[in-house]
Design a protein around this ligand. Structure first.
Ligand SMILES: *Cc1c(COP(=O)(O)O)cnc(C)c1O
Length: 382
């Protein structure tokens, strides 16, 4: 361009950016689309020889994140989406069409419960919610029209660990597919795809990202199902932005270190609270994997504890309606994740005013235990 004017220059600054091949980390491809040098180059995209056209369809940062999680889950393919919710929806729609039926666990994450019971029927998909504690009930709920069994590897807030091998064998017998939300376990502890689960989904907002600074989802499975799910993501506009993908990828690098420390800490907290007279119940899995048992501990406080006072005396521990960050936080299911449920629905799954979910962070475990015990002891009703 000879002597371009300011107005031209300002938009064509560094227009010819060749990639920097030796950058130590992946740059953020913060672009909505990709350009083509001529029509042959454009044609090469449609012939499958050039990967990128438009970010809603694919972007190097979202590809990198999806590829990383697929690799960790030991699955051939993955797709990254705007949130855990959209990853769940894309996964279900990749398997079920109008007229089909799915069977889902009644104790799934509140948002998933709402998606499945309130939204799927408007896609023409019938739903049966049952307890997955007894897998015979699940098998009995399968009909001619059933396409999918949906559950979580570790449930919320009571941390029931799913028997994935048994679930897969039922699905195999019945000729249906399985989809498992592996958010609480992460591939550090469990890899459901290796057990034969067809689709594994994550709220990357939680442990994969790990720093409470991004909302995202990832779905992994075989090439065929992921291609179908990716089509839904593209059409529904549920793609993840390049920057969010980059942040999640950055966080994911320490997933192993964080899960190791957080699972260890959680185990220590569970042991310490189990022996405390003001704690009625401690829910912590007996066994998840040889690497640890997860970083969430749910407790039921004694009736003599004043809950309002408890939440006012938390010291450095914050109340947060999420989990999985590097800081210890706690959440109150009655007022957050399970707020939308009726009293009787809550009672059925065992959630009452004294149930508190702790998301254990990377601090020193003795500091966490000390703060929790002093909060509990100073909150007894007088
Ligand atoms: C948070 C969460 C979701 C939803 O994920 P978002 O990223 O908030 O959309 C789904 N499943 C589980 C188990 C979760 O904890």
């Amino acid at each position: 361009m000879t002597n371009p004017s300011f107005d031209t220059k300002i938009v064509h600054h560094k227009a010819d950016q060749s990639l920097v091949p030796n950058s130590k980390t992946t740059p953020i491809y913060q672009t909505s689309a990709f350009t083509f040098k001529d029509l042959d180059h454009l044609e090469s995209y449609y012939e499958g020889n050039s990967p990128y056209l438009y970010t809603r369809e694919r972007n190097p940062n979202t590809d990198e994140l999806a590829g990383t999680v697929a690799e960790l889950e030991e699955a051939p393919a993955g797709v990254a989406t705007s949130s855990g919710m959209s990853a769940i929806l894309a996964g279900i729609l990749a398997v079920a069409e109008p007229g089909d039926h799915i069977v889902a666990a009644e104790d799934v994450y509140g948002g998933s419960h709402k998606l499945i019971t309130k939204e799927l029927p408007s896609f023409g998909i019938d739903v049966t919610m049952v307890s997955f504690s007894d897998l015979k009930t699940v098998e009995d709920a399968v009909t001619e029209k059933t396409k999918l069994l949906y559950t979580e590897s570790i449930s919320n807030p009571f941390l029931r660990v799913e028997d994935l091998k048994e679930l897969v064998s039922i699905a195999y017998r019945k000729g249906v597919k399985t989809m498992v939300d592996n958010t609480f376990a992460t591939p550090y502890l469990l890899r459901p795809y290796s057990d034969g689960v067809d689709l594994v989904v994550h709220s990357g907002t939680k442990y994969i990202g790990g720093h409470s600074d991004v909302t995202c989802g990832i779905l992994v499975g075989n090439e065929e199902l992921i291609k179908a799910a990716q089509q839904k993501v593209v059409t529904l506009g549920a793609n993840l932005s390049p920057f969010e993908a980059w942040l999640t990828q950055r966080g994911a690098k320490t997933l192993g270190l964080r899960m190791k420390q957080q699972s260890y800490n959680a185990h220590q907290v569970a042991k310490a609270l189990r022996n405390h007279k003001l704690v009625q119940n401690v829910y912590y899995p007996e066994y998840v994997s040889e690497r640890g048992h997860g970083a969430i501990v749910t407790i039921e406080l004694d009736g003599t504890v004043d809950i309002e006072k408890f939440f006012q005396s938390l010291g450095w521990i914050k109340i947060a309606p999420t989990l999985a960050g590097v800081e210890t936080t706690l959440s109150y299911p009655v007022r957050t994740s399970h707020r939308a449920l009726s009293d009787s629905e809550r009672e059925k799954i065992g959630i009452n005013d004294y149930v508190i979910r702790l998301s254990i962070g990377i601090e020193h475990h003795e500091d966490i235990i000390h703060q929790l015990i002093s909060t509990i002891e100073s909150s007894v009703r007088v």
